[in-house]
Design a protein around this ligand. Structure first.
Ligand SMILES: C[S@@+](CC[C@H](N)C(=O)[O-])C[C@H]1O[C@@H](n2cnc3c(N)ncnc32)[C@H](O)[C@@H]1O
Length: 207
């Protein structure tokens, strides 16, 4: 990033209302409000639920999920980047594309998960021909993982970028979930092509 761009980013970050609010709410990321809004609007998390958070660092979504499911629930979080631990959240570190990390998450999840959430995003280059396939691959992997661990009726919340492959990915979701909604929470910047697919009512019996 050029110096000019980086100064503009810092200015925007400091004045961002979600960044300010995250400090007073003791949440680690402005992204927390994306999940909080989805939960508010769609009622996706309840006390006692088992949740897996893929691409969890620095932990904003895990904080929101841990508060929602309470001590009776369970949050398993994973990222390639390490982050400070959160009460009630178990962490597995590593690259989700690696088979060993994938397998460890399957084993630790217990195989009957209520909600899988993936906010995974590659390091964006700004070149859509590079970013789009990488982000779609992460979304595909999150779907593949969900099919292994979700209980019947379970939910997947997954970040996807608008562009090539988006419609096909949504079709794939519709094949194994009863309902799929595409949402753009207020905290998601309007200039970003990111969207969230909320797929409910897992019905895949062929796993
Ligand atoms: C937008 S951030 C997640 C923010 C998080 N939801 C929060 O509220 O704090 C996206 C995360 O995806 C992670 N990520 C990207 N590719 C990954 C991979 N292959 N394996 C594990 N994590 C990955 C990044 O390291 C990054 O922390």
């Amino acid at each position: 990033m050029s110096k000019k761009k980086s100064r503009a980013w810092v200015r925007q970050h400091i004045s961002d209302p979600f960044v300010k609010k995250s400090k007073s709410d003791r949440l680690r990321s402005r992204s927390s409000y994306k999940l909080a809004e989805l939960i508010d609007r769609l009622g996706l998390l309840e006390r006692g639920m088992a949740v897996v958070d893929l691409g969890a660092a620095p932990g904003g979504w895990s904080q929101v999920a841990a508060r929602a499911v309470g001590p009776e629930g369970y949050v398993l979080a994973s990222d390639v980047i390490d982050f400070d631990r959160i009460d009630g959240v178990k962490v597995i570190l590593g690259d989700f594309n690696e088979q060993s990390v994938f397998n460890s998450l399957i084993a630790a999840s217990g195989g009957s998960v209520d909600v899988v959430m993936s906010d995974m995003s590659p390091n964006l280059t700004g070149v859509k021909e590079i970013d789009q396939p990488q982000s779609l691959h992460l979304a595909d992997q999150a779907l593949y993982f969900s099919r292994r661990v979700l209980r019947p009726g379970g939910t997947l919340i997954v970040k996807i970028f608008q562009g090539s492959g988006f419609d096909e990915f949504v079709l794939n979701l519709r094949r194994v979930f009863n309902a799929v909604k595409i949402k753009k929470p207020k905290a998601s910047r309007s200039r970003s092509r990111e969207m969230y697919a909320v797929a409910t009512g897992f019905v895949d019996h062929g796993r």
